[in-house]
Design a protein around this ligand. Structure first.
Ligand code: ASP
Ligand code: MG
Length: 237
């Protein structure tokens, strides 16, 4: 098994997504592959801006939200989406809209809703990358990292629970397909959606590498920048 991590700028538009799919396919010739992906381009920043605007009842939050949706739609165009992916995308868009409406009405953006809103970017990018692979002749399967990375949360101090997470990851090994997972996303022991903090997708990839006992972790910062890491060197961020 190898783990490939793609950063947001490497999946910022359809063209780059094509390149990413080709890179994944070339690795899949020789190895089983798990892919961890960040949100498209500046999606997380747009979501942060939306959240900030909504929390001061500034309707401009809708513009930021619209920009996020526009990116998702632009990348979806030209892809043939399965029913499950279409449903997933629609559901996550609706959830985002409702959550931001809630923030707007209450002028409150607590840590839980903040994490859930910010993590949606990775749900979009991972779902669409899995579709991209399936559209181009590979067999890929999407899984939500929410179910595999667990953190303890003591008064807002979050810590990844490595052993329980690695145990959960074992079920992923049953799949022959290329695995595609969102970076950044995790859950607490009580099942509350959370994230690993800004820039956390690298950490997600390192955790999957360790849990799946990958022989290598490749981190693609954009399609030209790449470095590899020894998956055994996972440290608590
Ligand atoms: N999308 C998240 C961020 O921008 C996580 C990541 O890219 O690593 O912080
Ligand atoms: Mg990012």
């Amino acid at each position: 098994m190898i783990v490939l991590k793609f950063g947001g700028s490497s999946v910022a538009d359809s063209e780059r997504l094509d390149k990413v799919a080709n890179i994944i396919k070339s690795h899949a010739v020789n190895d089983r592959v798990t892919v961890v992906v960040s949100a498209f381009g500046n999606t997380t920043n747009l979501l942060t801006t939306a959240l900030q605007s909504a929390s001061i009842q500034d309707k401009e939050y809708l513009d930021s939200l619209e920009s996020v949706f526009a990116k998702v739609d632009a990348i979806s165009t030209g892809l043939e989406l399965s029913e499950a992916t279409t449903k997933g995308i629609t559901r996550y868009k609706e959830e985002l809209t409702k959550m931001l409406e809630g923030v707007f009405l209450t002028r409150e953006a607590g840590p839980r809703i903040t994490d859930k809103i910010l993590g949606t970017g990775e749900l979009f990018s991972s779902l669409l990358l899995a579709e991209k692979l399936n559209n181009s002749g590979s067999k890929a399967i999407w899984k939500n990292s929410y179910n595999f990375i667990q953190v303890s949360d003591e008064n807002g101090e979050k810590k990844v629970m490595q052993k329980p997470s690695y145990r959960l990851m074992q079920s992923l090994l049953e799949h022959e397909e290329i695995l595609v997972l969102p970076g950044f996303i995790a859950s607490t022991e009580n099942g509350v959606p959370t994230t690993l903090g800004r820039g956390g997708s690298d950490f997600s990839a390192a955790l999957f590498s360790a849990g799946l006992e990958a022989k290598e972790l490749y981190v693609y910062t954009d399609v030209s920048g790449i470095y590899t890491a020894d998956p055994r060197l996972v440290k608590q961020a």
